[in-house]
Design a protein around this ligand. Structure first.
Ligand SMILES: [Zn+2]
Length: 267
């Protein structure tokens, strides 16, 4: 019988803890490493709807991208949304594992996955952790197979990421896009690094008015949304778990969430 600790060990082989941002909070956040597991539910964020889904689908363990507990807890008040969720998970005896910036930076992690979705070839890291091999780190920059007109590029990004709209810097209609940098999630701090590579465009999320303003002459900035640039975590992580455990003699079911937890709507 597999246990939560086995799931965690397998995930850390894919995305080692050493890759995580030093102030991140990854690993087993709720529950016990000894808890037996037959079903794992993979999602981006743990919400009340995800808890309900885990209970209904019989999952004993949730693997999420974003840490449900990040800031130090000073209290757990069950009349708050967060406190009620923590209490609900404990009552349901459901463990929660977070794979966050370590999964962003891993080989086969979110940044390389995002680059692959957008057709970026010969990618190298914007911020390599292993300077020599360039295989782990935050952000990827590389080239499209052929230069695209800017509107075709933006349409391709929308299609690949399932976006209804994109936020981007103003552009001339005849602009061509060949070299593309990406950073899943909040990537504004990597804009200067993307510009330094000579990239024509940088696809990321959570860009502010002033970032658009300050860099509009240097690069086509594309804010595709935090959820939209990170939801591929669900398939990447599920595939990693499947590869490691599905052929185990004591099989487990790897469930991909059916719940859309995007907290941002466009109306
Ligand atoms: Zn994120």
């Amino acid at each position: 019988m597999l246990r939560v600790g086995d799931i965690l060990s397998g995930l850390l082989e894919w995305a080692p803890a050493s890759l995580a941002w030093e102030r991140d909070n990854i690993g087993l956040l709720i529950g016990s490493a000894d808890r037996e597991v037959t079903r794992v539910l993979v999602c981006l964020d743990v919400t009340a709807e995800i808890l309900t889904e885990a209970v209904q689908r019989g999952a004993q363990c949730i693997v999420a991208h974003h840490p449900l507990i990040f800031h130090p807890l000073k209290s757990i008040q069950t009349d708050t949304t967060h406190g009620a969720l923590l209490a609900g998970l404990l009552r349901a005896n459901i463990s929660v594992i977070a794979m966050h910036t370590n999964a962003d930076a891993a080989r086969g992690g979110l940044n390389t996955g995002l680059a692959a979705l957008l057709g970026i070839r010969n990618g190298r890291r914007l911020d390599a952790i292993d300077e020599v091999e360039q295989e782990q780190g935050i952000g990827v920059v590389g080239d499209l197979a052929e230069a695209l007109h800017v509107r075709d590029f933006l349409s391709a990004v929308k299609k690949a990421l399932g976006c209804s709209v994109l936020r981007c810097t103003p552009f001339a209609e005849d602009r061509l896009i060949r070299r593309v940098a990406v950073c899943s999630g909040a990537g504004s701090s990597y804009v200067p690094a993307a510009v330094a590579t000579g990239a024509d465009a940088f696809v990321t999320a959570d860009l502010t008015h002033h970032t658009f303003l300050d860099f509009q002459s240097d690069i086509l900035l594309v804010d595709a949304g935090h959820y939209e640039t990170e939801r591929l975590f669900i398939s990447l992580c599920a595939e990693e778990l499947q590869r490691r455990f599905f052929e185990d003699t004591q099989k487990i079911d790897i469930l991909r969430t059916h719940t859309d937890t995007n907290p941002v709507w466009f109306t």
